[in-house]
Design a protein around this ligand. Structure first.
Ligand code: TLP
Length: 348
C-alpha cells in the first residue's frame, strides 16, 4: 500500500538539485559571518522580501521567536490573531522564553483581523497595563485553510499599529503561496511589515530553514538573540545551499499545489459527512469538518494509507505539496469516500 501523506508540506524531501548544491556548497563558520553560501541566501531573501537584510534560522518557530525577542522586552504585550500559529503552535515560546504576554484578537474564517479590533487592543498608557510592543500577522493563514491576506489587508492592519508607533511582524512561513495565488511579488505583501519570516522547508521543499528579514539594524539585533537561543550555526552553507535552490526554482510550482488542493476540496465536499466550502480554497491547505469522531476517522484513513493532521474538534487538515500528484489526490478522494461510507454504515 502506498502512502498519500497529506499531513503537511513540511514532509517534502529535498530535490536532486538541492542535494547536489548541498554537496558542493562553499562553507565557513557562520557564527563568525564567514559562510558565503548562507550570506548569499540571506542576501537573496532580503531582496525577495524587499528588506535590507535577512537572517537564516533553523525553523519558522525560531524566526518568530527571535523576532518577538528582538521587538519586545519582558513584560510587554504582543497582539496576535486568535488562530495564529504563533499563539497555537509555537509552544508559547514568546511567553515562556520572552516573558511576553500574547493578547489575541479574532481571526475570521478567511484569516483576516478587523483593524478596529487591533486599534481597541492596543494599550493606552496606564499604570496597570503592559505596553503593547508588537502586532504579529500571518500570511498565508495556516489554521484558516491557507487563506491569503492581500496587500490592502496587511496595509490596513499595519497602519493601525504604526499610528501607535508599534512595529509589525509578519509570519510569512508560506508567503510565497500567497504571492503565487495573488500574482504579486512577495515583497509587496511584506512591505507593510517591519519584519517578515518565511520558510524554505515547506512547499519549497528545502530540508531545513527559515529567513527572518528586516532592516539592517533589526537583523543585527536579531542575530544576537538567535545566538542566545542556540540558533547560531557553523558550516550552515550545507543547508543554505538547498534554500538557494528553493528560492531559485521552487516558487512558481506552488501553483500546482493550489490546483490540487482545490481539486481535493471539491472532491471532499461531495462526500456525505464532510463539510467544507471549496470556493474558499486559495492555496494548499484544506481544512474540513467531519460529522463523527474526527481522530477516529483519521485513524481509519491512515490504515488505508491517507495521512492527515488534526486541527481540533471536528476539524481535519490536508495539505498538498510536491509529492502529491493529481492522481494521488483522486486516489485520496476515493479512499476518503469509502472510509466515510463505512463509518456511516458502522454508526447506523
Ligand atoms: N507549521 C506546521 C505545524 O507547526 C502546524 C505545519 O505543518 O503547518 N508559521 C506557520 C504559519 C507555520 O505553519 C509553521 C509550521 C511555522 C510558522 C513554524 O515553522 P517550523 O515548523 O519550521 O518551526
Amino acid at each position: 500500500m502506498s502512502t498519500i501523506d497529506l499531513r503537511s508540506d513540511t514532509v517534502t524531501l529535498p530535490t536532486d538539485a538541492m542535494r547536489r548544491a548541498m554537496a558542493d556548497a562553499e562553507c565557513g563558520d557562520d557564527v563568525w559571518e564567514e559562510d558565503p553560501t548562507t550570506q548569499r541566501l540571506e542576501a537573496m531573501s532580503a531582496q525577495r522580501m524587499g528588506k535590507q537584510a535577512a537572517l537564516f534560522t533553523p525553523s519558522g518557530t525560531m524566526s518568530n521567536l527571535v523576532a518577538t525577542l528582538t521587538w519586545c522586552k519582558r513584560g510587554d504585550e504582543m497582539i496576535v490573531g486568535s488562530e495564529s500559529h504563533m499563539f497555537w503552535n509555537e509552544v508559547g515560546g514568546a511567553s515562556a522564553l520572552g516573558g511576553v504576554v500574547m493578547r489575541t484578537v479574532p481571526n475570521d474564517a478567511t484569516g483576516r483581523i478587523d483593524p478596529t479590533d487591533v486599534e481597541n487592543a492596543i494599550r493606552r498608557e496606564n499604570i496597570h497595563f503592559p505596553p503593547t510592543a508588537l502586532v504579529a500577522l500571518e500570511n498565508t493563514h495556516n489554521r484558516c485553510s491557507g487563506a491569503v491576506l492581500t496587500v490592502q489587508d496587511t496595509r490596513a492592519l499595519a497602519d493601525v499599529a504604526h499610528r501607535h508607533g508599534i512595529p509589525v511582524h509578519l509570519d510569512g512561513a508560506r508567503i510565497f503561496n500567497a504571492a503565487v495565488y495573488l500574482g504579486v511579488p512577495a515583497a509587496e505583501l511584506a512591505a507593510p511589515a517591519d519584519s517578515v519570516a518565511f520558510c524554505v522547508s515547506k512547499g519549497l521543499s528545502a530540508p531545513i530553514g527559515s529567513l527572518l528579514c528586516g532592516t539592517r539594524d533589526f537583523v543585527t539585533r536579531a542575530r544576537k538573540w538567535r545566538k542566545m537561543v542556540g540558533g547560531g550555526m557553523r558550516q550552515v552553507g550545507i543547508i543554505a545551499a538547498a534554500g538557494i535552490v528553493a528560492l531559485d526554482s521552487m516558487v512558481d510550482r506552488l501553483a500546482e499545489d493550489h490546483t490540487n488542493a482545490r481539486r481535493l476540496a471539491v472532491g471532499l465536499a461531495g462526500i456525505p459527512g464532510i463539510t467544507l466550502d471549496p470556493e474558499q480554497m486559495q492555496t494548499n491547505i484544506v481544512i474540513f469538518s467531519w460529522r463523527g469522531d474526527a481522530p477516529a476517522f483519521m485513524r481509519r484513513l491512515e490504515e488505508r494509507g491517507v495521512k492527515s493532521s488534526y486541527v481540533g474538534g471536528p476539524l481535519i487538515r490536508m495539505v498538498t505539496h510536491r509529492h502529491i500528484t493529481t492522481q494521488a489526490v483522486d486516489e485520496a478522494i476515493a479512499i476518503i469516500h469509502d472510509v466515510a461510507r463505512q463509518s456511516a454504515v458502522a454508526t447506523r
